[in-house]
Design a protein around this ligand. Structure first.
Ligand SMILES: C[S@@+](CC[C@H](N)C(=O)[O-])C[C@H]1O[C@@H](n2cnc3c(N)ncnc32)[C@H](O)[C@@H]1O
Length: 217
């Protein structure tokens, strides 16, 4: 973790509990080693949703459905979440969790690889949450931006790679070097894209927050 563990715990001590079912799904995911959004990332997403009221949300990387279920609690009336997952055991768990919270009408789970599935979707998303394989963010990027409405928001999780991204490539383990260089390129591309305004934030494992400029800007 990049943020001091004690600071994160201190901040978390102010957070209120969510509904027992939400707490259970988080706990089960953590016990099973499923990587889900950290609590501070969840608090940030909640505020973004309450401020922006996105009606049409796309998530890349559902895992067991925790973040989609969490976001569904803050959807404006008529809002909907589409989420993509390609790992069979997690797809099954996500379906079960979505059913447990009776959110089948609010969340559509697409089974498949995001690089293919994104091409099949129609533009018009207000908010895209990218939380899949870090090394693939660059592959999802063009499609994701094309799917986003002008003024829409792209939020990417885990962009600071547990702090590795700021180290020299020789300081990171050999198996993390590809992700390291791809993430650096991705962050550069986000910050230098003329159609976006992006902030890179030290929240959780690092998040990038981009807004797609509209014609008026
Ligand atoms: C960090 S987890 C997602 C966590 C989830 N958003 C949450 O917070 O509850 C990333 C997930 O993305 C999935 N994934 C990775 N690459 C993918 C791809 N190309 N297409 C679809 N899913 C992918 C992984 O199987 C994994 O379950």
């Amino acid at each position: 973790m990049i943020t001091d563990e004690r600071i994160a715990s201190y901040i978390d001590s102010f957070n209120k509990d969510y509904a027992p079912i939400i707490m259970s799904i988080r706990r089960e995911a953590e016990e099973n080693g499923v990587p889900i959004i950290r609590k501070e990332a969840g608090e940030f997403i909640k505020l973004l949703m309450l401020m922006n009221k996105p009606e049409n949300i796309l998530e890349i990387g559902a895992a067991v459905g925790f973040s989609a279920i969490f976001m569904s609690r803050f959807l404006p009336p008529g809002g909907h979440i589409t989420t993509i997952e390609n790992y069979e055991p997690r797809i099954k768990a996500a379906r079960e969790n979505i059913k447990r919270v009776q959110a089948e009408d609010l969340i559509t789970l697409i089974e498949g690889d995001a690089t293919e599935e994104l091409k099949k979707l129609s533009p018009g998303y207000d908010f895209i949450f990218m939380d899949a394989a870090k090394g693939q963010y660059g592959l999802f990027f063009e499609e994701a931006i094309g799917l986003l409405k002008p003024g829409g928001v792209l939020l990417c999780d885990n962009v600071l790679q547990d702090g590795d991204v700021l180290e020299s490539r020789f300081a990171v383990t050999r198996r993390n070097r590809t992700i390291h260089s791809r993430m650096r390129e991705y962050l550069y591309a986000l910050k230098h894209n003329a159609g976006l305004e992006t902030a890179i934030l030290n929240i959780g494992d690092g998040m990038s927050l981009s807004i797609k400029k509209n014609e008026k800007w």
